[in-house]
Structures are given as C-alpha cells and as structure tokens.
Design a protein around this ligand. Sequence first.
Ligand code: SAM
Length: 216
Amino acid sequence: MRLRNVKGSREAIADSEYTVSSPEEQKGRWNHIFANENPVHIEIGMGKGRFITELAVMHPEINFIGIEKYSSVLVRAVDKRKELDINNLMFVRMDAEYIENVFAENEVSKIYLNFSDPWPKDRHAKRRLTSRQFLARYDKILKRDGTIEFKTDNRDLFDFSMEEVPAAGWSVIEYTYNLHDSQMAVGNIMTEYEERFSSMGNPIHKMVIKRNDKSA
Ligand code: SAM
C-alpha cells in the first residue's frame, strides 16, 4: 500500500491518550490498561480503524486493541476515536512481527486480519500476516480456544492462507469465497478496503481458523 506521509502524525500518536507508546511494558497486564478482566480482541493491520471502532462501540464487554504499522494511517483512527465515549478501544503503532513481545501467552482471545497486504513475491511470503511464521507468533499469544478471522478479496493470498493453515497446525473451521452472499455475512462489519473492493465487484473471501487440539 502506498502511504502519504501525514505531517505531525507521529507526534499526534505519541501524545494521544488512546495509543500505548511502550506496549512491551503492558505484556501480561493489558487488563490493567482497561481496568477490567474482559477478553482482549486485536486487529492487526487495522488501517484507518473503521472495523475495530465499530466493533468496540457494539461490544463494550470486550477490550479491543488495534495494531497498525504506520502513523500516517493510525492517526485517522485516533481522530475518530476522540469523538467516542467508550473505554474499550486502544491502539498500538508497531510491526506485528514483534507481537509476542507485547502480549503474553493466552492474553488474546481473538485476532482479526482484514485485507492484509498480499506481498505477491514468493521471497516475501513470510511477511504475509497469514504465513506459517506469523501463525507461529499468534500461537504464542492466543488462548487455546481462540480464533482468527481473516478477510480479503485477494484470491492468491486466500489460497496461500488455506495451505499455510494446516501446515502450521491450525484448521479452517468456516470459510466462504463470497462473504457478502453467504451465511457468514450475518453481523459482518465492513472495513474501508472491503467497501472499496466490493463496490468494484470483487467477491470477498473469509476464513475462521483455530489451532488443532494438541491433546487429540
Ligand atoms: N484492515 C484495513 C482495511 O481492511 O481497510 C486496512 C487494510 S491495508 C491493505 C493493510 C494495513 O495493514 C496497512 O495499513 C498496513 O500498514 C498494515 N500492516 C501491514 N503489515 C503490518 C504489520 N506487519 N504490522 C502492522 N500493520 C501492518
């Protein structure tokens, strides 16, 4: 994705009460940030944050953390967040490659990946957020019965993910190649990219995955 540098975005994020600037220090203690014991759901690569913000408004019983690599995008989510009277949504600017430094074992109940960058070159496969390398990282932070929900319009990335999931010791529990025309559409919240690509006529693919039961 090409990014326009938004002047002052780094400073705006550093100063915001809604972003956590030293997230490693919160590892194993995110419940203190939210001052409750509610489950933690994260979105990795949240972009401008429409999806996670809508979810947070709808589900005050869940703590949401949006993760985004670039300040220029994250600052848009922070701006929207300021207008809301909610206390269950925080943001972190970081590369998800280091996610295990930020969350402890079993600290996360659900992970959302929406329209993740496809990294089409084979030599960049390990950067894809559904690669076996990333699934191994999620394995370290997700609760045993936790799930990952992944949406994309990119068929190559979806097919790649379908292969990575079993190779990494996970299972697809539900999937569709046409989300908006399926039973999985119930309660679907559109992301910015989803709206853009579906308005161009692209079918949206979705999978829900979980780890294989090691005791089986
Ligand atoms: N999820 C949003 C949506 O569906 O509208 C944005 C999708 S955009 C194509 C992908 C986003 O993921 C970008 O904002 C990018 O900066 C972010 N991203 C990509 N790799 C990342 C990583 N390793 N860690 C954190 N964010 C990442």
